[in-house]
Design a protein. Structure first.
Lengths: 282, 429
C-alpha cells in the first residue's frame, strides 16, 4: 500500500484488500503521517494542563513528592541502601523513567478506545494513536528532568563519560513504554478488562523495578534474570549514565534490552494483525 | 495512465451481529478457549471473522456488502443511494481504508480525502485556531497547506472574532461552520462524502451542496452518499444504488433515482414499531401515524385543498406528564426534497406538556399539496431532547382537488406546493 499523501504531481495507487498472514509494518505510511503524529502529541500535552491551576508544575510535583516519601520512609527510616549515593537523588533519577513508563501504560492502554471517534471516521496508521500517547509523556519528563539537573548539581555529582549514553537510554525507555503500550492498547479494544488491570499492573511493576531500592540487593546469580523486567535495565541505565556510579549495568542491562526488543517486535506484530478490525470492534 | 479513479472487484464485508458480539471480555475468550482449544480464541484475537463461519449460525453474521464491483472514471461525480443499512457507509469506509474488506479488493488511483463526518477530532478545550490545525491534520492536510488556507477557512466559517476562544464556548452552529470550513478546503483528487449534508440548518445545507458542486466542477472525482435525492440529481450525473449490500442499479442518476423511489415505498408503509432507522433517546416512541379527515374518519389519501389530519400515537413508560414538549411533522416530496414543517412550537406554543401516552393531531385545513406521493417525518422532543424522529415514517398519496375553489386543478403534478392567492387586475372599461 503506497502513501496516500505523496506529492500532488505523482498519482499514487492504493489497493484495499484483506490482509493475510504476516503483515508488513507499513513504517513508510507512518512516516507519511508524521505531521498528524505531531498534532496528536501536541493536542494531548495541551489539553492535559488546560484548566489546571498549576499547569505543568504537576509534572514536577508528582515525582518530587514521591521522592520525598521514599526518602523519608525507605531511605531514612528503613535504611534501604542506595549504592553509596544520596538517597533522594538515587530515587528521583529512577522515578523519571518510571513516570514516563507508568504514564505511557495508563494513557496508551486506553488510547484507542478514547480516540474511537477518529478510528471509525478517518484513515491513518493506527500506530500513531498509542505512539502519540507515549510521546506526550515526554513533556512531563522534560520538566521533571530540569529538577534532576538541579539535584545533581546540589549534591555535587559529576556524571562522567557515561552521560553520552543518555539519549539512547531515553530512547530505550520510550521504546519499552511503547512496547507494553502497544500490547495493552490493542488488547483493550478487544477485551475491555485490560483497562481495569492497568492501575494494578503499574503498582505491581513499580515494586518489581529497582526504583526505591538498588538492583544490587538482588543476589548476583539472579540479577540477569531480574533483567527480564526491562524497566530494571532502563532504571539502572539511567543511574549509571547520570549519577556517575561507574558500575556498568552489565548482564541485567543486556537481558532488559533483549526483552524490550522482543516485546516491541511482538507488540508491533500483534497490533498490526488486529489493527484492521479496530474500526469494526471498538 | 488509465482514466479510472476507483475500481472495486467483488468487495464484500462480513459483520458479526448480536448483542454481545461487539467486544468481549477476556473471561469469555478464555472460557471459549478451554472448550475449543485454539480454534475459538485464535481467530477472535486476530479478528478473522470469516474463519468463524462454521461455528456460528448464519443469524449471527450479516454481509454488509456482497460482491460489489464497479468503476468510477476520473472526474466523475457519482451519487450512492440506498436505504439505511444498504451498505453505503460500509462501502465508503472500505474505500477510505477505515475498515478492510472481508473479500475482494478495491483500487484507488489518486489522493483520497474522506468526509464521513464533519468536525472529526474537534476538541472542546482547544481554540478555534488550534482545532483548524488539528482537524486539518486529521483529514490529511499538511501543516503548510493549512497555514496557507487558514485565512480563507476562518472567513468561510465566519468565526474570525472567536478564533482564539475554546470551541466549547461556540454555539453548535458556529462549531458546524468551522468544521465544514476546514473540510471544504480539503483538496484531494478523490473525495468521498457521507451524509455530511444531513446536518445543520437549511442555509448551511445549501452552502454545503454548493461546495460539493464546486468541487465537482473542478474535475475531481466525487463519491457522494445522501438521502437527499434532489441533491443527488442536481450534483451527480451518475448514481449507484445499493440494496442489502449489493449493487442493484447503476448508471444515469435519473434512472437510478427512479428505481430507488419505487423501492423505498413499501418500507415507508411498514409498522412503526419495527422501524429501526429512528433517532432520539427513545423513552417516548411514536407508535402509529395515520390520517383522518376533520370528522375523525380515517383517510387513505389526501385531497388537495381539503383538510388533512395527521394523527400521531405515542407511547412511553413514564407515569408523569411529559414536559416541554415539541411535536412536528415535516413533509417531503417524492425526491425527498423538503417542503414544509408543521410544528407545535410555531402555532401552539402553549402546548408544553403531554399525557405520558396518547395521541396528537396536526390539522392542515387546506392541504397545499398537488397530486403525487409525499413522505412524512414525525418528530417528538421532550425537555429539549429528541425522543423520536423517524425519517419517512409514512407516505401519503394526494389526489387532485379543488384547492383554489375555482373548480380548476393544479396541472403540474408532483411539482411545488399550492399557495392560496388571488389576483386583482384593472378591468377594461
Amino acid at each position: 500500500m503506497s502513501g496516500v499523501l505523496s506529492g500532488p504531481a505523482e498519482t499514487s495507487k492504493i489497493i484495499v484488500r484483506p490482509s493475510r498472514g504476516w503483515v508488513a509494518l507499513k513504517l513508510r505510511d507512518l512516516w507519511e503521517y508524521r505531521e498528524l503524529l505531531y498534532f496528536l502529541v501536541w493536542r494531548d500535552i495541551k489539553v492535559r494542563y488546560k484548566q489546571t491551576v498549576l499547569g505543568a508544575v504537576w509534572a514536577i510535583i508528582q515525582p518530587f513528592f514521591t521522592m520525598i516519601v521514599f526518602s523519608v520512609f525507605l531511605g531514612h527510616l528503613a535504611k534501604v541502601p542506595s549504592d553509596g549515593l544520596p538517597y533522594p537523588v538515587f530515587a528521583y533519577c529512577a522515578l523519571l523513567p518510571w513516570q514516563l513508563f507508568a504514564h505511557a501504560l495508563a494513557e496508551s492502554g486506553n488510547s484507542l478506545v478514547a480516540n474511537q471517534h477518529l478510528i471509525t471516521k478517518v484513515y491513518f496508521p493506527r500506530l500513531i494513536i498509542p505512539l502519540s500517547a507515549v510521546l506526550a509523556g515526554l513533556a512531563d519528563f522534560g520538566f521533571a528532568f530540569l529538577v534532576l539537573l538541579g539535584m545533581i548539581f546540589y549534591y555535587g555529582i559529576v556524571p562522567g563519560a557515561a552521560l553520552i549514553a543518555l539519549p539512547l537510554l531515553i530512547m530505550f525507555a520510550i521504546l519499552t513504554a511503547l512496547a507494553v503500550g502497544l500490547w495493552l492498547s490493542a488488547l483493550n479494544v478487544q477485551y475491555r478488562d485490560v483497562r481495569y488491570t492497568i492501575p494494578f499492573l503499574v503498582q505491581f511493576w513499580l515494586f518489581a523495578t529497582p526504583v526505591a531500592y538498588p538492583s544490587s540487593l538482588i543476589p548476583e546469580s539472579w540479577r540477569a534474570l531480574y533483567g527480564v523486567n526491562p524497566m530494571a535495565g532502563v532504571v539502572e541505565g539511567f543511574r549509571w549514565s547520570l549519577l556517575g556510579t561507574g558500575k556498568q549495568p552489565g548482564s541485567l542491562f543486556v537481558v532488559s534490552v533483549l526483552v524490550s526488543v522482543i516485546l516491541l517486535g511482538g507488540g508491533l506484530y500483534y497490533f498490526r494483525r488486529v489493527e484492521k478490525t479496530f474500526a469494526d470492534v471498538v | 495512465m488509465s482514466d479510472i479513479a476507483i475500481r472495486t472487484e467483488g468487495a464484500s464485508k462480513l459483520y458479526r451481529i448480536g448483542p454481545r458480539e461487539r467486544y468481549k471480555t477476556l473471561r469469555e475468550s478464555l472460557a471459549g478457549a478451554l472448550r475449543v482449544p485454539l480454534r475459538t480464541v485464535r481467530p477472535a484475537m486476530l479478528g478473522k471473522l470469516h474463519e468463524m463461519d462454521g461455528e456460528h449460525s448464519d443469524d449471527n453474521v450479516i454481509w454488509a456488502l456482497k460482491d460489489v464491483s464497479f468503476e468510477v472514471k476520473r472526474g466523475e461525480v457519482v451519487g450512492i443511494i440506498g436505504r439505511n443499512g444498504a451498505g453505503k457507509s460500509t462501502l465508503l469506509k472500505i474505500l477510505s481504508r477505515i475498515t478492510e474488506p472481508t473479500k475482494g479488493y478495491a483500487e484507488i488511483f489518486g489522493r483520497v480525502g474522506s468526509l464521513l463526518e464533519v468536525g472529526t477530532g474537534f476538541h472542546p478545550e482547544l481554540t478555534g485556531r488550534e482545532n483548524i490545525y488539528l482537524n486539518g491534520a486529521i483529514l490529511g492536510m499538511k501543516k503548510a497547506e493549512i497555514k496557507h488556507k487558514f485565512d480563507e477557512i476562518v472567513a468561510f466559517a465566519e468565526v474570525d472574532r472567536f478564533i482564539d476562544t475554546p470551541v466549547k464556548h461556540y454555539s453548535s452552529g458556529m462549531q458546524m461552520r468551522l468544521a465544514f470550513a476546514v473540510a471544504a478546503h480539503l483538496e484531494p483528487e478523490i473525495l468521498l462524502i457521507d451524509e455530511v449534508l444531513a446536518v445543520g440548518d437549511a442555509a448551511f445545507q445549501k452552502k454545503c451542496v454548493g461546495k460539493v458542486g464546486a468541487v465537482a466542477k473542478q474535475g475531481r472525482t466525487v463519491l457522494f452518499i445522501s438521502h437527499n435525492m434532489a441533491a443527488i440529481s442536481n450534483l451527480c450525473p451518475q448514481a449507484i444504488m445499493l440494496d442489502r449490500g449489493q449493487v442493484v442499479a447503476q448508471g444515469d442518476s435519473a434512472r437510478v433515482i427512479a428505481s430507488y423511489v419505487r423501492s423505498i415505498e413499501p418500507e415507508a408503509l411498514t409498522d412503526l414499531s419495527v422501524r429501526k432507522d429512528r433517532r432520539g433517546r427513545g423513552r417516548v416512541r411514536i407508535s402509529k401515524l395515520c390520517f383522518e379527515d376533520e370528522n375523525g374518519s380515517p383517510l387513505q389519501e389526501g385531497i388537495s385543498g381539503d383538510s388533512l389530519v395527521v394523527v400521531l400515537e405515542y407511547q412511553s413508560s413514564a407515569k408523569e406528564p411529559l414536559r416541554n414538549c415539541r411535536v412536528s411533522v415535516a413533509f417531503y416530496d417524492a425526491l425527498w426534497q423538503f417542503l414544509f414543517n408543521c410544528s407545535t412550537e410555531l402555532t401552539n406554543p402553549e402546548i408544553d406538556s403531554l399525557a405520558p401516552q396518547g395521541r396528537v393531531r396536526c390539522i392542515v385545513p387546506r392541504l397545499p399539496l398537488c397530486q403525487g406521493r409525499y413522505f412524512i417525518s414525525p418528530f417528538l422532543e421532550v425537555n429539549r431532547e429528541v425522543e423520536d424522529w423517524i425519517q419517512g415514517a409514512a407516505t401519503v398519496d394526494v389526489v387532485d382537488g379543488d384547492f383554489f375553489g375555482s373548480g380548476k386543478v393544479y396541472p403540474w403534478h408532483g411539482k411545488g406546493v399550492l399557495v392560496p392567492h388571488h389576483w386583482l387586475v384593472d378591468k377594461p372599461e
